[in-house]
Design a protein. Sequence first.
Length: 249
Amino acid sequence: MIPFFRKIRYRLAKDNQFFKYSRYAIGEILLVVIGILIALQINQWNDNRIKRNLEVEFLMEIKDNLLKDKAQIDQVLKFNKKKEVTIQTIMYSFEKARTDAFDLNTFSQHMGVLGSYEHFLPNRTAFDNLLDTESVSLISNNDLRTLLSKYYKFDFMSGTQETVSYRARSFAETASSHLTTKESINRMYGVILDLKSSTNTQIQKDENIITSMVYMSVVMSYQNELMTNTLADVNLNLDLIETHTVKKK
């Protein structure tokens, strides 16, 4: 066997074909290597394209959620403004009741606002989908990824907003003792009980009622500040999303 290969090598060397075949073989190897590199590059480009499309898709969903957050913040601020006006109106009516009779029915008509509150809770469906699929890393902009994570980690339901709901409920409970009168029970149940009359109300002199309304005004101002700061964060995230997705398209 060995002599056989020696003869082939001798013949190739004699005819100067060895170098021809060597160059041909090297050329073939280079073509194969180049083909592999091109294939890898195409696969990498395709993977990047898929990731880029997924990133844009997720960000568009987050953008939609953030726009809903803006509308919700606006709703909270509008309600708080309406409630503050209502509290001011009641305070004026209390002041007037120092010389004139106080109309409890007018007060009861405002209870729908006074005893209510608005909370803000972010729409986080899109971001939670990112978390569930462990795809947060798809957001290639570091600043945007950090801001979104900070925004959705904030606990909006504790602190200020928790106090807002507590104060509204506390006020409603305190006011109910004044609104439970002979006339209100008769309207509701058709019976006459030995209760105080609405014409003899002293709600305008109840320090707990007045203090409760003051507290509601104070905590609403804190909530308004929170909403204003949150709105700034929402707008910043929206601007970054817009800039980033335009670059990706």
